[in-house]
Design a protein around this ligand. Structure first.
Ligand SMILES: Nc1ncnc2c1ncn2[C@@H]1O[C@H](COP(=O)(O)OP(=O)(O)OP(=O)(O)O)[C@@H](O)[C@H]1O
Length: 304
């Protein structure tokens, strides 16, 4: 299996003195679907563009099986394929022409390129748009076509920046299936996304970035195990009611709402307390939710 190693990579954009990546380190093996999550401006795209050799780190090293992608950006571009955050230029070409052309550039015969394109259009359910001029496509279909260009005859590393943006809820799982297949075939797949629910459902591992640094490097399964507590949100909670709450791990005010982190053995007591609050009109309603990556993200980024 190939291994991508990012070692203490730092990048500051001189124009704005922004330290976009600050000693970022991670190691990813082939077969891994890795999510890169974090607030806007956390440095996710900067990390990807250094892996593919478009941006050069100020310091640190990026290697694929020991070979430096920093010293040889040409190697980076040959061994990595990237779907950019912005739409791929599809003006004047159809998705089929674009995907076939990329496959041919990556060494496929004309026949193999055409059948690979057809398979991807079917997998993403965009066959009906495959021969339509790029400028006449909707934003979502253009993004799916861009993903097909990235995935066709993909090299060892696949980098994908916010693939599910503006794609409908029926086709979004198809995107994850295509990415999963790329990883299952032994590739290293890094996906920048803001969709934490999809990360929790589909990814092997995630790194959480904040202000250029890696705050967490974990797996959705670990998070689910470590976060056995539930969250109770009491809406329109009267000031001071937290004093009467049964024992809970943490409580925080969010405007008119009160949020409590509740251990499993306290769920019943806390739920009946919340029912009582609504009966006495001390709160309008409440919601009890299981632990989620979204909750963890909120907590970790607030603290970090
Ligand atoms: N070419 C550039 N020149 C100057 N500053 C830049 C450049 N590209 C990015 N930045 C800055 O570097 C920081 C990290 O940007 P980056 O695009 O890597 O973040 P991101 O995590 O991908 O954000 P988003 O989720 O909004 O896409 C931001 O403060 C951004 O404004």
């Amino acid at each position: 299996m190939p291994t991508l190693a990012v070692q203490r990579v730092t990048k500051t954009y001189a124009a704005r003195s922004v330290r976009a990546n600050d000693e970022v380190s991670l190691s990813v093996d082939g077969g891994t679907l890795l999510a890169v999550v974090g607030h806007n401006g956390a440095g996710k795209t900067t990390l990807l563009s250094q892996v593919i050799g478009v941006t050069r780190p100020d310091s640190g090293e990026i290697t694929l099986d020991g070979a430096s992608l920093v010293a040889d950006p040409g190697l980076a571009r040959r061994t990595a394929s990237m779907m950019p955050q912005l739409h791929a230029p599809l003006t004047g070409v159809t998705p089929r022409q674009a995907v076939v052309a990329v496959a041919r550039l990556r060494g496929a015969s004309s026949r193999d390129a055409r059948s690979a394109a057809t398979r991807l259009f079917a997998a993403l359910d965009i066959e009906e748009f495959a021969d339509r001029a790029g400028e006449k496509l909707s934003g979502g279909v253009r993004r799916l076509a861009s993903l097909a260009m990235t995935a066709v005859r993909a090299p060892t590393i696949v980098l994908v920046d916010e693939p599910t943006n503006d794609v409908d809820p029926v086709r979004r799982p198809m995107i994850w299936s295509v990415l999963r297949r790329l990883a299952d075939d032994g590739r290293i797949v890094l996906v920048v996304t803001h969709n934490l629910h999809e990360v929790q459902q589909t990814m092997d591992r995630f790194v959480l970035m904040q202000r250029g640094r890696v705050l967490m490097d974990s797996t959705p399964a670990t998070v689910a195990g470590a976060l056995a507590p539930m969250t109770l949100t009491v809406h329109d909670a009267r000031p001071g009611i937290e004093d009467s709450a049964p024992r809970c791990r943490d409580s925080v005010r969010r405007g008119a709402d009160l949020e409590l982190v509740v251990a499993p053995d306290q769920v019943v007591a806390v739920a009946s307390w919340a029912v009582d609050l609504t009966r006495k009109a001390l709160a309008s309603s409440f919601a009890l939710e299981p632990a989620s990556l979204s909750r963890l993200y909120e907590r970790v980024t607030r603290a970090g």
